[in-house]
Design a protein around this ligand. Structure first.
Ligand code: GLN
Ligand code: ZN
Length: 764
């Protein structure tokens, strides 16, 4: 029998119950024991779903009130001193509030302290809490949560497999604090605790533990590869079976390493790296289990069961009982249940599978290749085939005009007419901006009134004309404030936008929106990515009306505001029936039309935001260039159609720019605004070292805090920038958009910013 299992299930709940309960707890609206009982209910419900689907194991250890990487840090007692001091250790165990303080700096009990850093988990949109590692640190088992959950699952009568982030990946995700040192020096102590955990789980009767080691799909230094051997040789003495789980890509040069490790089983990603399956089998030990991840854990498309069956049958012949089936990775990265999507049409629904549906897909596949398919399985197979055939042929997906237009794109389309120095001249004449021009990144405060108006409009309670009038009033207010502040390049403020991707997706062909398709982003925060299912095109202008109106209110050049093609792609579920780059280029062409329409409407400065450019980088460095080539080309395609005198801006935040500075320069935006204030302008070094040729607006204040920046502080920051970039090429702006702030914070902050520009103009 082929074992079917999953690597993890979404924990937020189909109705985001966990989000609501956790936030209620933080606000004091529910007690800790109420929160714990919601957690128990959700775990039970999710185990039940897995058992009902017919999986051979239910997954334990994938639950977390905040983050599964944080859970391991807690289990190892890796709590930074600033929290420990305040920690209320209950029965030798780190309590939940300490975990919340580590995650967000505060909790209902205990003293606030600076939260741990948070960053993206591999190439996903999920953020984990970065383990803080100190030289000479030792670990001790400091949490019983996992064991309690095991008791819970056993009491409820399920057959569990435990999942836990592996020791090397945990260290790999960690950062050294208080001086640099080799993180691997901490491995032995971590392994002591992992050994203890595994022994405890064995006494509880656990047979299989899945250790997640996605670090194995990245470029690992030799010392880390060797550490894998050392670590897993030590862990093999554990009195239970280990399943080493790798995902998000192929093992590549770690393939023979991974297959050499003394573990009972190996899980590999056969969605992102289908070609590795045969080579892994060739090297597998005679008794080792191979779990093949065939159902996409990173996307929402229905699996092609017939095709997968064909692919799997020969593997079944080779591996027999040693073949296991699973989704490619934890289902944490997809929405919970498609059954709730009452607003999507039946055809679209028939193309999709969320976490709950993916359980069925795995189970059915296992039964199909075992020749023990039930009538339900046959029906699912049949439905999948029909849906996929229909999807391939659907007229909703393929638009001849879009593919013809894409095929006709020439290299000239992604090049501006003249090079930057000529354009800069033309723009100087057209725009007549002072030295150190001031601007903002686009959004102004999204007030409760704005959100309420949008909700009423969407609910049909506010008519189109009324809604437009309301938004125009907001725009007029924002423009008037900017006039009063004497900002050189005003913006309309983005009042009409709910979200910088959704706003465009809603107006483009080829996009669909779910009602409950939430995916955890971090802690209690969830995102609802749009679904790009078909060829992308732009039926009508999307932003022109607002920008045009805003321009009528001022003599200064109004900056138009768009989200770039790479960011729209990166923050959506993308169709899997054509290369991502093709979809990206389609979006780029749609945006190109918007850019040209803005220009035609008299908008002389257009910003195309690309905050997600860097996060799209593949996990393996040798794949970077190919990605950057099409990402850059897509941006250029959207931007390059304008006249020399039209100024193109772009904006990027939360980025280390070193790795991609060449690509940033290749975008050839006339002006780039970046987030730099918290780095004390050090992020500009990459631009200086590269001799970046165009204009830069290094953010002079952090918009994430309500603090009002002082004039002298911003002047000092700009003086630092001036050591790296000549005055003629510097702009002055905040780090990012202001939508999360309120006007009482924004006005004095911007007044000081404009004052800082004036001080600098005196000096230069
Ligand atoms: N224009 C957007 C804003 O100002 C940019 C947001 C972002 O970079 N994430 O809100
Ligand atoms: Zn930003």
């Amino acid at each position: 029998m082929t074992v079917s299992h999953i690597l993890g299930y979404p924990r937020i709940g189909a109705q985001r119950e966990l989000k609501k309960a956790t936030e209620a707890y933080w606000k004091g609206a529910c007690t800790r024991s109420e929160l714990e009982s919601i957690g128990r209910e959700l775990r039970l419900r999710h185990w039940q779903a897995q058992q009902d689907a017919g999986l051979d194991f239910v997954s334990v250890g994938d639950f977390a009130f905040y983050d599964q990487v944080l859970n391991v840090s807690l289990a190892l007692g890796a709590v930074p001193g600033r929290f420990n001091a305040a920690a209320e250790v209950v029965g030798g165990e780190i309590d939940l509030d300490t975990a919340f303080r580590m995650a967000r700096g505060r909790a209902p009990s205990g003293e606030p302290a600076a939260a741990c850093e948070m960053t993206k988990y591999f190439d996903t949109n999920y953020h984990y809490l970065v383990p803080e590692l100190h030289d000479g640190q030792t670990f001790t088992l400091a949490s019983n949560r996992l064991f309690d959950e095991v008791d819970e699952v056993l009491r409820a009568g399920f057959t569990p497999k435990v999942t836990l982030t592996g020791p090397l990946t945990w260290l790999w995700l960690g950062k050294t604090k208080g001086g640099d040192f080799d993180r691997l020096t901490l491995l032995d102590s971590a392994l002591d605790v992992y050994g203890e955990i595994l022994a405890r789980l064995a006494t509880q009767g656990i047979e299989w533990v899945q250790l997640d080691e996605p670090a194995l799909v990245q470029d690992l230094p030799l010392a880390w590869q060797q550490a894998y051997e050392r670590a897993y040789h030590r862990l093999q003495s554990a009195p239970l079976k280990l399943l080493l789980a790798t995902y998000f890509g192929g093992l590549g040069d770690n393939l023979s390493l991974a297959t050499r490790l003394p573990v009972a089983g190996l899980h590999i990603d056969a969605v992102r790296a289908p070609q590795q399956v045969e080579s892994v089998i060739d090297r597998l030990g005679p008794h080792q289990v191979l779990s093949v991840g065939v159902v996409d854990g990173r996307n929402i498309w229905r699996a092609d069961l017939a095709a997968l069956r064909e692919r799997l049958l020969p593997l079944k012949v080779r591996l027999g009982q040693r073949l296991w089936l699973a989704p490619s990775c934890s289902l944490l990265h997809v929405p919970v249940d498609l059954a709730q999507e009452s607003d999507l049409d039946d055809e679209l629904i028939s193309w999709l599978a969320f976490a709950r549906q993916k359980l069925d897909e795995v189970v059915t596949l296992a039964r199909l290749i075992d020749n023990r398919a039930t009538p339900v399985d046959e029906q699912r197979l049949d439905q999948a085939t029909r849906a996929l055939d229909a999807r391939r042929e659907s007229t909703r997906i393929h638009q001849a005009v879009v593919s013809e237009r894409l095929a006709a794109v020439s290299p000239a389309d992604s090049q501006r007419q003249a090079s930057y120095p000529f354009r800069a001249e033309a723009q100087r004449r057209a725009l007549k901006l002072p030295l150190f021009p001031t601007t903002t990144i686009g959004s102004f405060p999204q007030t409760d009134e704005i959100r309420a108006a949008r909700r009423a409009f969407k609910a049909g309670e506010l008519g189109t004309a009324d809604y437009q009038a309301r938004m125009q009033a907001e725009i007029a207010y924002a423009v008037e404030r900017q006039q009063a502040l004497d900002i050189d390049v005003p913006v309309h403020g983005e009042a009409e936008r709910n979200d910088m991707v959704e706003y465009f997706g809603e107006q483009l062909e080829g996009f669909a929106f779910t009602r409950f398709g939430w995916v955890q982003s971090y802690g209690s925060r969830c995102v609802k990515p749009p679904v790009i299912f078909g060829d992308v095109s732009r039926p009508t202008p999307m932003t022109v009306r607002w920008s045009e109106y805003a321009q009528t209110l001022t003599d200064k050049p109004m900056k138009g505001m768009l989200t770039g093609p790479v960011t729209i792609l990166q923050w959506s579920f993308v169709r899997d029936d054509q290369p991502r780059e093709t979809t990206c280029r389609q979006i780029a062409l749609a945006l190109r039309d918007e850019v040209l329409d803005l220009e035609k409407a008299g908008i002389k400065i257009i910003q195309i935001d690309e905050p997600a450019l860097r996060e799209g980088l593949p996990l393996r460095q040798h794949e970077w260039q190919e990605y950057l080539d099409w990402a850059v080309e897509s941006f250029q395609l959207s931007a390059a159609g304008v006249a020399n005198a039209t100024q193109i801006h772009t904006h990027m935040c939360y980025s280390e720019f070193n790795d991609i500075i060449g690509a940033i320069a290749a975008l050839d935006a006339d002006v780039i605004t970046i987030e730099t204030s918290r780095s004390d302008m050090h992020l500009l070094d990459a631009f200086q070292d590269f001799a970046y040729p165009n204009e830069i607006g290094p953010g002079v204040y952090d918009i994430h805090t309500p603090n009002i920046p002082e004039v002298s502080w911003m002047v000092d920051l700009m003086e630092k920038a001036l050591e790296k970039i000549p005055a003629e090429r510097l702009w002055i702006n905040p780090d990012c958009g202001l939508k999360t702030r309120n006007w009482a914070e924004v006005e004095p902050a911007l007044a000081n910013m404009v004052e800082a520009a004036k001080v600098l103009r005196q000096r230069y």
